[in-house]
Ligand binder design. Sequence first.
Ligand code: SME
Length: 161
Amino acid sequence: MTSPEAKRASYDTLVAQTQAVLHGERDWLANLAQFAALVYNSVPHLNWAGFYMVNAKNERELVLGPFQGKVACVRIAFERGVCGACASTQEVQLVEDVHAFPGHIACDAASRSELVLPVVVDGRLRAVFDLDSPEPARFDAIDSEGFQRAIAALVAGTDWA
Ligand code: SME
C-alpha cells in the first residue's frame, strides 16, 4: 500500500518529468501527445489517458485529441458523460464507480473509475484530460491535486493555437 506521502511525491516526479519532456518545445499538439504518453506509461493502473479538445467550430462539443489506450469515441457533447460534465462545469470530476455515474460513456468496458480535469488557458477552456482505470475507486484527492499540478506545468510550457 502506497503512503499518502509517497503518492504525493510521485506527483512531484510527474511534474518534474512533464517540465523535462516539454523543455524547449511549446507546440500544443506535440506537448499534449508527449504528456499523454508520459502519464500512460508512468502512472500505474490506467487503461486510457488523453485529451478531448473543445471543438473550435462548436464550443459545446469535445473532439478526441492526443491519447494513449484503446480507440475511443470521437465526439462528446458538453451535456454527455463524465468528460462533458467536466467541460460544462470546468470542475474536476472524480468518479469512483463509472457504472453509478448517470450518462457515463463506456469507451472501454474494462473502465471502472475515472478522473477528468479541465485544461483552462488564460481563463478559456481548451480541453479536458481524461484518465480511466480498470480498478474501482482508483483515484482520490491526492491524484486529483497531483494531476492539477501536472496540467498546470503543461499549460505553462505550451503555446495554444
Ligand atoms: N468515459 C468518458 C468517455 C471517454 S472514454 O472514457 C475515453 C465519459 O463518460 O465522458
